[in-house]
Design a binder for this molecule. Structure first.
Ligand SMILES: [Mg+2]
Length: 400
């Protein structure tokens, strides 16, 4: 069991000046609260209440706000090192971790203070213990080219390359922190001031002791001003629901047939009521649907778009708005990443709209919907025979 999170938060945050002229980077305001509060809240939700903050630059800005953590339902300890010389600035991270050793558990979670990623601690721990390596790190698959890759993870989940300069081309992820570390790693620490990733990751890789957990879920960062806007959008509280279409909103066509034109589209009896209720409850609604009829030559993309347009017009009359619709247009056997039960469409919708999948719900009428929802980290609800959207929405609201 991992019970402790250690957060590196001592740097000067040069890129966030002028804010960081007078404050510590993770204290930057995100929708009315310091960014660090969001990280700590997520850790608490994941069952971690023991926090160690590794501080340096303007540490009092953090210690005065968070105190011993009791106000936040946490137990916070601090390890504060004085400011580093200019020449040693690069070597803060490793040195801070090493200095904090007496405060640290045998196995702990190590994070940066400037990346938010919806941690699933159970999934990550399972991965770590299954791999049986001294350390694991999370890497974003970067499918939207959000930034440049710096890590290569092989098919067995072992990190085989780390390129801090981000120059190499054959890489498959971006290291985002969220390390799980066995304290035995400290035996690799040198006797001088050092940069943690630069010094230690190559040693772990050489010994094949670093496992890599690849995630398709975008991470959100405060490391540079241009990233703040989407981070704010992502972290603002909102209710998000993904819906399958056929069999949830409209009558499902027979197997191997499709809704090819508007005349074939028939709303299920209580579906509009269900959608109205979602709207009244301020849910953002996205559709997630497999439509292989196009790849199979039975309809055109324009037919699908026309049905979508007319459906939305009909819903607008009922004050229901659809925030987005995502379709997999591939055939059954194309091996794409978006055809449910694969979760690709959900990850795409999340990336394009800055949504937190771990806080979203997915309702579908097919086992494959359920599997896609689970794989994306959503709360997945499967409509069984005789159940409908309205009923599901009613019980969702009751338990929310
Ligand atoms: Mg369906």
């Amino acid at each position: 069991m991992i019970k402790q999170a250690v957060i590196l938060a001592g740097g000067k945050g040069e890129r966030l000046r002028p804010f960081t002229d007078t404050n510590s980077k993770p204290m930057i305001d995100i929708n009315g609260r310091p960014f660090l509060e969001y990280l700590l809240e997520m850790l608490k939700e994941q069952g971690i209440s023991e926090i160690v903050l590794l501080l340096g630059y303007l540490s009092e800005k953090i210690t005065e706000h968070f105190g011993d953590g009791s106000k936040f339902g946490l137990n916070i300890k601090y390890s504060v090192l004085p400011l580093f010389d200019e020449k040693d600035l690069e070597n803060e991270s490793g040195t801070r971790i090493k200095e904090a050793a007496p405060l640290l558990d045998d196995i702990f979670l190590l994070m940066y203070c400037d990346n938010y990623w919806p941690l699933d601690l159970e999934k990550l721990s399972d991965f770590y213990f299954k791999q049986g390596k001294l350390s694991s790190v999370v890497a974003y698959t970067n499918k939207d080219n959000f930034t440049k890759n710096n890590i290569l993870i092989d098919n067995d989940g072992i990190v085989v390359k780390y390129d801090r300069s981000r120059q190499e081309l054959n890489l498959n992820g971006v290291e985002i922190g969220f390390f799980i570390i066995d304290k035995k790693v400290f035996e690799m620490f040198p006797n001088y001031k050092f940069h943690f990733e630069k010094e230690i990751l190559p040693k772990l890789i050489e010994k094949k002791e670093l496992a890599g957990f690849l995630t398709d879920h975008r991470y959100y960062s405060i490391s540079a001003p241009e990233r703040l806007e989407s981070t704010k959008k992502f972290l603002i509280p909102k209710k998000v629901i993904f819906l399958d279409r056929d069999g949830v909103i409209n009558k499902r066509p027979p197997r191997a047939d499709y809704v090819k034109k508007w005349e074939e589209f028939e709303f299920l009896s209580s579906a509009i009521e269900g959608l109205k209720l979602l709207s009244q409850q301020n849910y953002d609604v996205y559709l997630i649907s497999n439509q292989p009829g196009i790849a199979r030559g039975m309809m055109k993309k324009e037919d699908l778009e026309d049905v979508q347009k007319k459906m939305e017009q009909e819903l607008e009359k009922n004050n229901v708005k659809i925030s987005g619709a995502y379709f997999c247009l591939h055939g059954w056997d194309e091996g794409c990443e978006c055809r449910k039960p694969k979760p690709g469409l959900l990850f795409r919708a999340a990336r394009e709209n800055d949504l937190d999948l771990s806080k979203a719900v997915f309702i579908g009428d097919d086992e494959r919907d359920f599997q896609a929802g689970e794989a994306a980290g959503c709360r997945a609800i499967l409509l069984k025979e005789g159940e409908d959207l309205l009923g599901a929405v009613k019980s969702l609201i009751k338990t929310a």
